[in-house]
Write a protein that binds this ligand. Structure first.
Ligand code: TXA
Ligand code: MG
Length: 304
């Protein structure tokens, strides 16, 4: 293990979880702060370590071979999405079963479930063979981590271990789809609105206005730097031209939306590490994963 508590020993990581510990865990979206869902004390430690209010519900992560029906009640739409898109960067919000504890859902009658695609995440989940909660492994309201070092720099000694799975390929959190009486996207991610509608064979609505998923506050994913959003390079130049010369700035701009998602959080973190005062970000395309990038950019730029 490195001085940061980072290891690539998945068996050790599983053992720490089984003994009631909390660990940083890789997924294809972002790193999670993992604990066994059915261990109340460990789950409470996850909330406290993040500084997150205990009534903000957590996602239960399962291995591909687990029985999803033990945890949630899947209507026809939910089942289609699960069959076609799991494992993957997709979270389904469904009515919960009686084995899902109140401390995971904040007492709600629904549960958020995800089967991740990341091979090391899958290995870990298969070994522990139980539900694992994993909110993003950042301090509450801050930028999500996309590498083991990000987790170490945010949470350091407060976690028992960090399992290294390399850089996250997707880079933004999973798409959350509510499949209850309502069918809607609560949080955009790599799995797009059109893909979901196509698989479900019915059209999904997207949440607009104040989010219904608790924890999706206006200001979220926020670096220390002020974030200014623009639509073109010309506008970047105009913003820079209007700044006092002493104000340190940086620019985030990617033509490719996948590349944007993969690098966004790392870029925001680097800006903070370099004491940048103003980040000027050029919005991504308004389709595919660009929708998720623009959602996180808007939250990073929201007034706090
Ligand atoms: O990609 C991801 O989903 C990552 C990785 C680690 O899997 N996890 C993640 O977890 O983003 P977290 O806790 O940062 O975000 C989960 C979101 C929260 O906004 C929470 O409010 C919502 O899911 N959520 C979870 N359970 C819910 C429920 N029962 N009802 C409504 N919203 C729920
Ligand atoms: Mg989060």
């Amino acid at each position: 293990m490195t001085p940061h508590g980072i290891t690539s020993d998945v068996f050790l990581a599983a053992q720490v979880l089984e003994e009631g510990g909390i660990i940083g865990m890789p997924t294809e979206t972002v790193y999670g702060l993992a604990a066994l869902a059915r261990n109340e004390e460990a789950v409470h430690r996850v909330f406290d370590t993040k500084g997150r209010p205990r009534n903000h519900p957590l996602i239960v992560h399962l291995s591909p071979e687990s029985d999803i029906h033990r945890w949630g009640i899947f209507n026809e739409t939910a089942q289609k999405l699960a069959d076609a898109l799991w494992p993957g960067p997709l979270t389904l919000l469904v009515p919960r079963t009686s084995i899902v504890p109140d401390w995971v859902t904040g007492g709600r009658d629904t549960v958020a479930i995800r089967i991740p695609q990341h091979p090391i995440a899958q290995q870990l989940l298969s070994i522990v063979n139980d539900g694992v909660v994993a909110p993003s492994a950042n301090r509450f309201g801050k930028v999500s981590p996309t590498s083991a070092l990000h987790v170490a720099s945010d949470l350091g000694e407060t976690v028992d271990l960090i399992l290294d799975g390399g850089r996250c390929e997707v880079g933004v959190e999973s798409t959350i789809v509510e499949c209850t009486e309502t069918f809607q996207i609560l949080r955009p991610g790599q799995v797009s609105e059109s893909e979901i509608s196509q698989v479900a064979e019915r059209s999904v609505s997207s949440l607009s206005g104040p989010s219904r998923a608790p924890g999706m506050l206006e200001s979220h994913y926020a670096p220390n730097a002020k974030v200014v959003l623009v639509d073109s390079i010309d506008e970047v130049q105009a913003v820079i031209g209007g700044l006092e010369p002493s104000i340190k700035n940086s620019v985030i701009n990617y033509d490719d939306a996948n590349e944007y998602a993969e690098n966004l959080y790392d870029d925001l973190r680097r800006a903070d590490a370099n004491n940048v005062a103003v980040v000027i970000a050029v919005r991504s395309q308004d389709s595919g994963i660009g929708v998720a990038v623009n959602d996180r950019l808007a939250k990073a730029a929201a007034l706090r």
